[in-house]
Ligand binder design. Structure first.
Ligand code: C2E
Ligand code: CA
Ligand code: CA
Length: 686
């Protein structure tokens, strides 16, 4: 089929392309039949020359291309224009495909007659696959950029925009014209500065300056404001000298961060700064201005109100108190809530004590105003402890601790008072603090015991009753005297629980004694003030079955000193129940005689200090006078502290009803009472 000319050309080409192996070079006759086949073609297509010469070149095309007439079109183009160039998938002998770059060159004879075609095919599969991979990668990158939640821009070393994504435009509200490739960054920044009015003092607006990251790969982060939104910009240097910036709308996140920050520094209930914020503030104030006062405040009677009216009422009360305290300070100092009913004030720039005293007084006065809870008028008081830096402490911890110690003193001194810290208070306070903790534990675990000291009826010469006295057998300290721990129990309010237990326990014990023997129980002023003493007494009597007249409550003058009207009314109600009331430790106060007129006591207990110094004539005179007065008022007399026969003889001489003291017996554990009664019969039996 091959034309003779084509065969010549074939020879010519064979010479030319013999050694060419990178290209498949072969000759076609004018109809497309293969007339020559080089080594490269053998390698590329897998056919040996004798297998392929004489076949039509369309055998290299896939079925689908053949049916579309692709081989034919290529040949036609080459025939018409002299050259055809294309790329496409081709098939080897073994059926495998390769990406071919194909050139078909028409070969004409000198007379212009078409001799045939030279076809050069290059295997470009590798390049093609690489391009495909690149295309895929780039498509994926475009996709990622387009769908990023962050905006991104790439800037070259000359500070011109290389690219940015749609989010970048959206977040920074920039039009497309400003974000073209090549736009100078300064143009974008100028727009932002113009729009956001930086420098106009607009809240939230932060200064915008063209900036570039300091060192390579160190990300720079800052926030800027755009149309009321907060945008975080993070910039990272690139090795090319340019940088990549991401922008993100962090409005929500910053809002949450701010509120977490606020929560971390404020008390949720009152909105006041909390302990952590206060500590930091105090530290700063001390550093900036040595003279700083710390006032620790603790509400009096808050617990009682909280228990009576419930927690919501307690919360409302704390909010009201916080408001009042804030009102007094009016920004002149910092006030914080430490938790519970504790508040603290820091006042900077305080030279001498004067302005602090005034402030403490105003705080006490403000808190003391009556307030309404659930339609009831309630009163709370506040105790204030004050420490002034640097005198009372150069660092915030010391100052704070010393103010707390002073507070402790203020509370001990009674409600609605303030106390300045004094050196030496802390050692005392430390010891008391420990004891207080231990006492709380002991009350909790029921480690306290009651002992009973007989009270002798001198006329009948028998036991008239027993006085219940608390004992605290401490594992390390030995027996802690009640004179030490009762005041602590009173200051901390523990006495309410403890006193209720004493009443229950004493009544329970007394119920098994001979009927004519009474039990005396000491009652603190705090029990009148805080607890519902009447209910506690009623309950103790009801549970034990003890007849009310066998219970005697011993109170001291201090009970009558505070709020005597309410106390006297309560005493009257108790007395109407049949309970007896004794005035304890008579003669230790100053205006003792006047208290006798306040309430018709059943008994007066003359303090043992009188008996101890019985040699002193004025003591004798006083005891005689009291004896006469008591007879007048219809009260019996018990003389305490009888240790010797002489003292007993003296008391007998005064015609006192009863006597109590170590001469008869020390306070005894309950289990020793029966043996004691066996040797010392009861008053009636005698
Ligand atoms: P008080 O009510 O005056 O109790 C009498 C105190 O005098 C008791 O001390 C008792 O042991 C002591 N005593 C009795 N006879 C003599 C004596 O011949 N010579 C001397 N030197 N002392 C004598 P105690 O038990 O240490 O109690 C001290 C105070 O503790 C009591 O004084 C009372 O005020 C208080 N107290 C004790 N138990 C309770 C309680 O259950 N509740 C309350 N609120 N206070 C209590
Ligand atoms: Ca007593
Ligand atoms: Ca006494």
């Amino acid at each position: 089929m091959a034309a003779p000319d084509a065969v010549d050309a074939n020879l010519m080409y064979r010479l030319l392309v013999q050694g060419v192996t990178d290209y498949a070079i072969y000759m076609l006759d004018p109809q497309g039949v293969i007339s020559n086949w080089n080594a490269g073609a053998e390698r590329a297509k897998g056919y040996r020359a004798h297998e392929i010469v004489g076949r039509h070149f369309s055998c290299f095309y896939g079925e689908e291309e053949r049916s579309r007439g692709v081989p034919h079109q290529g040949l036609e183009t080459a025939r018409r224009t002299g050259r055809f160039e294309a790329e496409g998938w081709r098939v080897r002998k073994d059926g495998s495909r390769f990406w071919a770059h194909v050139v078909i060159e028409a070969i004409h004879g000198e007379d212009g007659r078409l001799l045939g075609f030279a076809k050069i095919t290059r295997d470009c599969t590798e390049r093609r696959l690489q391009a495909e991979r690149l295309e895929e990668t780039s498509a994926n990158l475009d996709l990622a950029l387009a769908h990023m939640s962050q905006g991104l821009c790439l800037v070259d070393a000359r500070r011109r925009l290389i690219l940015c994504n749609a989010r970048f435009r959206e977040i920074l509200v920039l039009d497309a014209a400003l974000t073209q490739r090549g736009t100078p960054l300064s143009a974008i920044l100028r727009r932002l500065i113009r729009d956001e009015g930086v420098g106009s003092g607009e809240p939230g607006a932060r200064p915008l300056r063209p900036f570039r990251p300091a060192g390579a790969a160190i990300p720079l982060s800052r926030d800027l404001t755009r149309q009321g939104r907060t945008i975080a910009v993070t910039t990272r240097a690139l090795p090319t000298g340019g940088w990549v910036s991401t922008v993100e709308d962090v409005t929500e996140r910053r809002r949450i961060e701010d509120s977490i920050l606020h929560m971390a520094h404020h008390d949720a209930l009152t909105g006041l700064p909390n302990r952590a914020a206060f500590g930091a503030h105090l530290e700063r104030a001390l550093a900036a201005n040595g003279a700083t006062a710390v006032l620790c405040l603790d509400l009096d009677r808050f617990k009682a109100i909280n228990d009576t009216f419930g927690h919501p009422a307690g919360d409302a009360l704390l909010r009201t108190v916080a408001e009042r305290l804030r009102g007094v300070l009016r920004g002149s100092g910092m006030i914080a809530r430490l938790g519970g009913d504790e508040f603290v004030v820091a006042l900077a720039g305080t030279g001498d004590g004067r302005p602090i005293e005034g402030l403490a007084e105003r705080l006490i006065e403000a808190v003391g105003q009556p307030l309404e809870i659930d339609g009831h008028l309630a009163h709370v008081g506040v105790s204030v402890g004050i420490a002034v830096g640097p005198r009372d402490g150069a660092d915030s911890d010391t100052l704070f601790r010393n103010a707390d110690i002073a507070l402790y003193r203020a509370k001990a001194a009674g409600r609605n008072t303030y106390r300045f810290y004094e050196t030496g208070m802390d050692a005392l306070a430390a010891a008391r603090n420990l004891l207080q903790l231990e006492l709380r534990d002991a009350v909790q675990t029921g480690d306290l015991r009651l002992h009973y000291q007989p009270v002798m009826d001198l006329r009948r010469d028998g036991v008239g009753g027993f006085e219940a006295l608390l004992r605290w057998p401490h594992p390390q300290r030995g027996s802690v005297p009640p004179d030490t721990f009762i005041p602590i129990a009173e200051e901390t309010g523990l006495i309410t629980r403890l006193g209720a237990w004493v009443l229950r326990e004493a009544c329970r014990e007394a119920a098994v004694w001979p009927e004519e023997i009474r039990v005396a129980v000491n009652v603190s002023a705090v029990q009148f003030a805080r607890g519902s003493l009447e209910e506690v007494v009623t309950l103790a009597l009801a549970v034990s079955g003890l007849a009310p007249h066998r219970l005697e409550l011993e109170i001291t003058e201090s009970v009558l000193m505070s709020d005597s009207e309410a106390v006297v009314a309560c005493l009257h109600r108790l007395r109407r129940m049949g309970v007896r009331v004794a005035l304890d430790d008579f003669g230790t106060g100053h205006s003792s005689l006047s208290y006798l007129r306040l309430f018709p006591f059943d008994r007066i207990k003359i303090d043992r200090s009188f008996i101890r110094e019985i040699g002193r004539p004025e003591n004798v005179a006083i005891v005689r006078a009291v004896r006469a007065l008591a007879a007048d008022l219809g009260a019996a007399i018990t003389v305490e502290g009888i240790e010797t026969q002489e003292q007993l003889a003296f008391v007998r001489g005064l015609d006192c009803e009863e006597a109590q003291g170590f001469l008869f017996s020390r306070p005894l554990p309950a289990s020793d009472l029966a043996p004691f009664l066996a040797t010392r019969p009861t008053a009636r039996a005698a």
